[in-house]
Design a protein around this ligand. Structure first.
Ligand SMILES: [Zn+2]
Ligand SMILES: [Zn+2]
Length: 337
């Protein structure tokens, strides 16, 4: 099978993925083999290829996978051959520790990430433990469903963690794959709420997409919005947005940081300006299978419509560089075949 493989971390400009012919993996006990049709591109893959995360090496990246069940391993059950399924960032968790048994398998110390600790979907085939795949609602095409599996599902978790209620003002810092989906979700779940969007530069591509999707106000990272924010979600790689979001929070407001690594350090915070009056800051780490299932159900009801830019598997390096440079809007997706 063809696969894009990371053997050595390097800046995205150096095209670190190599396109290789690998044997089709065979499903072990309780695993299923999936023929991949689409795999979403996530900022976490940039963190992996550039070495801010430590993936196993070599690794096939990709954790927003849509495909069809090709083969069941020994003892695997519950799927028909040809059934469409998705795989998300959670590849495996132990199921026994206090986090797993308390409904927080996302924090399992043995958590394994798809396309990081196990081979993922930048390939024509992948295997996954049977309990870590999900049926995909028919309302979505393969390419539409892919970005729902991380950008959408972790965005949903981040939104839940903000504690947002209808009528609250939400600030979105950054407007990429996840934020443009969360925005659609907010408009559905909290119709009386205003959504303010902060992008790198006035008039840039993300800000145009935000306007098109009905943002109530759009500005730059350093701007002061018309009203204080009751909650905010930060999806940018810049450390500076943390301080900016905290500055603009209403008293008692909460900022949730939805990303796995910052590319630049969070600047010094001033206690009175940024934290006092019960402001909170919280990160979101990974996701649970319950997050994925719940989110897919809500997403299909609306239904969410990701703005997708497609690339071929052969273009994986170029796609990651395009993400780094902000050259496409919404969600990038690799299409196989
Ligand atoms: Zn992701
Ligand atoms: Zn565990």
């Amino acid at each position: 099978m063809r696969a894009a493989v990371l053997r050595r971390t390097a800046p995205a400009e150096e095209f670190p993925l190599s396109l290789e012919d690998l044997p089709v993996p065979s499903p072990g006990r309780g695993e299923v083999l999936i023929r991949v049709s689409a795999c979403g591109i996530c900022r976490t893959e940039l963190d992996e290829v550039e070495g801010r995360l430590r993936p196993k090496l070599p690794v096939v990246p990709g954790h927003q996978v849509v495909g069809r069940v090709e083969e069941l391993g020994p003892n695997a059950s519950g799927y028909e051959r040809g059934e469409r399924v998705g795989v998300a960032w959670i590849y495996w968790a132990c199921g026994k520790c206090r986090f797993c048994s308390g409904g927080r398998e996302n924090l399992c110390p043995e958590f394994r990430g798809t396309g990081c600790d196990a081979d993922g979907g930048y390939a024509e085939y992948m295997v996954v433990p049977q309990d870590f795949a999900y049926p995909i609602p028919p309302v979505f095409s393969d390419a539409e469903a892919a970005p729902l599996l991380c950008g959408g599902a972790i965005g949903y978790r981040a939104l839940r963690l903000t504690g947002m209620r209808d009528g609250d003002v939400m600030g979105l810092y950054g407007y990429g794959s996840s934020a443009h989906l969360v925005h659609q979700l907010i408009r559905h779940l909290f119709p009386s709420s205003e959504v303010y969007v902060f992008t790198r530069k006035r008039g840039d591509g993300p800000s145009e997409l935000a306007r098109k999707q009905g943002a109530d106000w759009v500005g730059e990272t350093g701007d002061t919005p018309p009203r204080k924010l009751h909650c905010a979600i930060d999806t940018t790689p810049a450390g500076e947005t943390v301080r900016e979001a905290l500055r603009n929070l209403e008293r008692g407001g909460r900022l949730v940081m939805n990303l796995i690594r910052k590319e630049s350090p969070v600047p010094e915070l001033d206690y009175v300006t940024h934290l006092w009056e019960e402001k909170e800051v919280k990160s979101v780490a990974n996701l649970t299978r319950r997050d994925v299932r719940e989110f897919l159900r809500v997403a299909a009801e609306i239904p969410l419509r990701p703005q997708v830019t497609e690339f071929r598997l052969e273009e994986a390096n170029r796609a990651l560089l395009a993400l780094k440079r902000g050259e496409y809007r919404g969600s990038g997706v690799l299409k196989m075949g």
